[in-house]
Design a protein around this ligand. Structure first.
Ligand code: FAD
Ligand code: NAP
Length: 339
């Protein structure tokens, strides 16, 4: 039986390190335990917040929701042949541990996603991505439970409607399902993806000429360690904002005014702008406001210098959005989930 704790500190459970308390807190380690919580909530009738590793969350106040922490573990081989392997992975598995498990077996496809914090179950939420690879490239299906009825569902990757930091779970069926297992198809003869410029540079620095997936994973780990603040030392939730995607005509107007604007093609008719560049151009990189600030090496990351309240982070994010809008006419969208 799952225990229900009252007044639990969430400070160690969110990478921003925001000191808030949950009125009610429970963990579940299996579908059966989750079913018990869902049944119990038919009487409690509480709103529920599913917590993974807390690395993409900002708590602006003590959450009134009943917090359910997903601790479902397990990596099972569902199917295997000489070319590929299909895995069913518990949503509570640590993402980076899964990557290293696969890299060690020489199963390729997720090595570019090394060192992303958090749990496997949150991966499909925003279709996690980094260094030219997204979860959708290897995810084949997502198993979940309806939060209210407890009925089990399985969404194929197409049904998940994965997009740039997007999925059906953030939009159409937001707050409806709890992800319990994620299915991946990985390759036994993987071709490494080193298209992303900084990976090539790092492999050169490592003096690697014909990289294996392990080399790529190590290169990504090296780059990330050198650029990104470690949440264990400086509270943060990674990129606070998404890179905005604008139409070609809107981009042309911007480029005319700001010829140095950093951009990447996004499909046939859109352009992706580097939000970090926009923020930096506003003079906000390294900017500090009380206990919070914009990281000095990566302008997309808001950091907690210690003791900051969630609303202070929110206020700084508002300032960034306003300043970028005034200078460039572009509206930044928060990537971090706000509660
Ligand atoms: P949480 O923060 O616990 O939850 C995030 C959201 O998903 C919440 O709304 C939560 O309710 C919901 N949720 C979580 N689990 C479930 C579930 N099982 N079922 C239903 N809903 C659920 N992200 C990237 O995409 N690419 C990166 O390169 C990257 N780098 C990062 C670097 C740093 C230093 C940090 C701190 C963060 C980074 N992130 C990155 C963001 C974050 O790590 C990912 O989004 C990660 O997938 C979040 O996992 P989590 O378990 O911590 O989710
Ligand atoms: P970077 O390499 O300095 O690049 C800055 C931005 O330009 C990135 O946001 C990236 O977009 C885009 N970009 C760079 N090269 C690109 C290419 N060849 N094709 C398409 N887009 C390109 O970025 P960084 O901050 O060090 O991050 C490196 C990677 O880790 C990025 O993929 C980033 O998304 C990921 N990351 C994500 C988070 C998060 O919390 N979401 C946190 C840290 C790092 P994309 O973001 O679309 O890739």
């Amino acid at each position: 039986m799952n225990s229900i704790k009252e007044n639990t500190s969430l400070k160690p459970l969110n990478t921003f390190g925001i000191d808030v308390n949950a009125e009610l807190f429970s963990k579940f380690s299996s579908i059966q335990e989750l079913q018990v919580l869902i049944a119990e909530n038919k009487t409690q009738k509480r709103e529920v917040l599913i917590l993974g590793g807390g690395s993409n969350i900002l708590f602006t106040k003590n959450p009134s929701q009943w917090i359910w922490q997903n601790c479902i573990k397990g990596i099972e081989v569902e199917y295997e042949d000489e070319n590929s392997v299909e895995l069913r992975v518990g949503a509570g598995e640590n993402w980076h541990d899964l990557v290293i498990f696969c890299v060690d077996k020489n199963w390729g496809g997720i090595e570019n996603l090394s060192l992303i914090p958090g749990c496997v179950g949150a991966g499909p939420m925003q279709n996690i991505g980094a260094y030219g690879v997204e979860l959708k490239d290897t995810c084949v299906a997502v198993e979940c439970l309806d939060r209210t009825s407890g009925v089990e569902n399985k969404f194929s990757a197409i049904e998940c409607e994965f997009g740039y930091r997007e999925s059906i779970f953030k939009r159409k069926v937001k707050d409806k399902f709890i992800i319990t297992y994620v299915y991946f198809k990985l390759s036994k003869n993987a071709k490494v993806n080193t298209q992303y410029g900084s990976i090539k540079d790092e492999l050169n620095a490592m003096k690697v000429l014909t990289p294996t997936i392990k080399d790529v994973s190590e290169a990504v780990i090296n780059i990330r360690k050198s650029k990104l603040p470690n949440p264990a030392e400086l509270g943060n939730a990674g990129s606070f904002f998404k890179n905005p995607v604008v139409s070609k005509p809107a981009f042309d107007v911007l480029k005319e005014k700001f010829p140095d604007v950093v951009f990447y093609p996004a499909g046939d008719s859109n352009m992706k702008l580097a939000a970090g560049w926009l923020i930096e151009q506003c003079g906000l990189k390294g900017y500090r406001q009380g206990n919070v600030g914009i990281h000095s090496k990566q302008a997309l990351v808001i950091v907690n210098y210690g003791g900051s309240k969630g609303f202070e982070v929110w206020d700084l994010s508002e300032k960034v959005i306003q300043t970028v809008k005034e200078k460039f006419g572009v509206e930044l969208e928060r990537e971090v989930n706000i509660f």
